[in-house]
Design a protein around this ligand. Structure first.
Ligand code: HEC
Length: 482
């Protein structure tokens, strides 16, 4: 790296975070013993540096696993000399930046070898699609639980071993033990447009006794010939394959014309209250820092929709009483950390800068004043990243992975993965395994590259990790191999 880059403190800090965090073992492309004939393999430190440069600067457009290079019809040639030129000088007219001020010639040469060796091993891998996935600390296979869905948004496990699945289009399914899908009647009417539709499902902590569940969704109304929408939560009792006693216990205000950033993941806290995330509805400048609207926040309510007396803004005039944190963008993952008892979430950043945050009562997470979003070639840094009174994320992804779904590993089935946190990636189509120590994230392993857009990630009560991918919608169970 040339010296001037190092003087940009926040960037180098970012990179330090990343270089320590990104290990791509299952998805390892280069360095797995495939060198084009006559070329020396990258050694350990060269490989680590090339991989981290590639991950930070190139993967956003060319794929974490060099997807756009494997089987490519090269436009400018793939000899070492041609690649070197492409990277150094770029093709400004097509969106490929020049990296001559970002990297030294040595670093560019390493990237060239990383790409050539990665392409060679990627082609090998395609030729021999094995069934056992070899991850860093564990091998596993995939059990295909159900196929034929479109966008399975969320999964919930019933005490009897069955599963409920929300489809964004508006259908709530029961998946029986013999893996048949049955439609459940009485789900809310949703506006299934854009990112909206039937969203999350959460069982009441006493579901066993009361069969009560909660559904989040995009509600809508007509006003002056326009259809407006918002995020809402329905509480209902499951009776066979019918929902009964449906009641809307939350309706975000105001409604909006947009069709995106609805949130809305839900999770019960140890305090017995329902926490949920509410996206900014696209009102970047007006919503997240404004306590008189629901959008761009996390909220906490009682199971009947009423407000806990000790919510942080109950005493503030004009503030929405359900607000628990603000300055959030569009969190698509929310999970109770079983070790600390705290609620964790992740949210989408603008361009780069997806975040993992610990949900702290009354905290401001800064959106849209403060963001870690940076330009892809690392030369420009947008906005500010820190501000007094703004809570820092504990992890960021640059470029952004479009995270969705979140689950802490519990139980003993996955020996090598104890204490890990799992997050799906929609844009890069992998399952992220984050290693966690207390309140810090110490590393990342990217599993199942190209499995599909991972929309939800859950642990079942009997200790298995499930993921839901979309378009085509498939639910998989990860089966550890001894
Ligand atoms: C913002 C998106 C973006 C980023 C980031 C990016 N590239 Fe590119 N890259 C492109 C585009 C677009 C092209 C042109 C493809 C075309 O002409 O069809 C390209 C072309 C290339 C080519 C030439 C491919 C050919 O067919 O001859 C190489 C090599 C390359 N990029 C390497 C890299 C490397 C290495 C990095 C990271 C240091 C990188 N790119 C970062 C978008 C990007």
């Amino acid at each position: 790296m040339q010296p001037f880059i190092k003087t940009i403190i926040p960037l180098s800090l970012l990179l330090a975070l990343f270089t320590g965090c990104s290990k791509n073992t299952t998805s390892n492309t280069a360095g797995s013993g495939s060198a084009p004939s006559g070329e020396a393999l990258l050694t350990g430190t060269e490989l680590a540096s090339a991989r981290s440069n590639y991950t930070n600067y190139c993967a956003g457009c060319h794929g974490q696993n060099l997807e756009t290079f494997v089987d490519r019809k090269w436009l400018h040639g793939n000899s070492p000399e041609a690649l070197f030129k492409s990277i150094k000088h770029g093709f400004p007219e097509t969106g490929m930046l020049a990296y001559d001020t970002t990297f030294t010639d040595t670093e560019i040469t390493q990237l060239v070898r990383y790409i050539r060796q990665g392409v060679a091993s990627g082609q090998k891998k395609q030729a021999s699609k094995g069934k056992v996935f070899q991850a860093q600390d564990l091998s596993f296979t995939l059990d295909t639980v159900v196929t034929g869905l479109d966008v399975p948004w969320a999964m919930a496990f019933l005490p009897n071993g069955e599963m409920l699945i929300t489809e964004r289009s508006g259908i709530l399914y029961r998946l029986t033990k013999d893996r048949q899908l049955q439609k459940i009647e009485g789900a809310p009417e949703v506006l299934a447009q854009g990112q909206g539709g039937l969203l999350d499902i959460e069982l009441h902590p006493d579901f066993n006794k009361n069969q009560v569940l909660f559904l989040s969704y995009s509600a809508f109304k007509k006003e002056d010939g326009q259809t407006l929408s918002t995020t809402a939560i329905m509480r209902a009792r499951l009776d066979g394959n019918t929902l009964k006693e449906q009641k809307q216990i939350f309706e975000a205000q105001p409604y909006a014309r947009t069709r995106h950033h609805y949130g809305c993941r839900m999770e019960f806290g140890r305090d017995g209250y329902l926490y949920f995330t509410m996206g900014d509805r696209g009102g970047t400048k007006v919503n997240p820092q404004n306590l008189t609207v629901h959008a761009g926040k996390t909220h906490r309510i009682k199971e009947d929709g009423s407000i806990p007396a000790d919510n942080p803004f109950v005493g503030q005039q004009g503030a929405m009483k359900s607000i628990y944190t603000y300055g959030n963008r569009n969190a698509q993952g929310l999970a109770l950390n079983p070790t600390s008892g705290e609620m964790w979430l992740h949210e989408h950043g603008p361009k780069g800068g997806d975040e993992v945050n610990i949900v702290k009562k009354g905290a401001n997470y800064g959106w849209a004043d403060v963001t870690y979003g940076i330009d892809y070639n690392g030369t420009k840094i947008s906005d500010i990243q820190k501000k007094p009174g703004v809570t820092d994320p504990i992890h960021i992804w640059v470029p952004s992975i479009a995270p969705s779904g979140m689950a802490f590993l519990t139980g003993d089935r996955y020996k090598g993965w104890k204490g890990s946190l799992f997050v799906g990636s929609m844009s890069f189509k992998f399952l992220s395994r984050l290693t966690v120590a207390g309140n810090t994230i110490t590393g990342e392993e990217r599993l199942l590259q190209d499995i599909g857009r991972v929309r939800d990630v859950r642990m079942s009560p009997d200790g298995y990790l499930y993921i839901a991918v979309e378009k085509p919608g498939i639910i998989y169970r990860l089966m550890p191999v001894e």
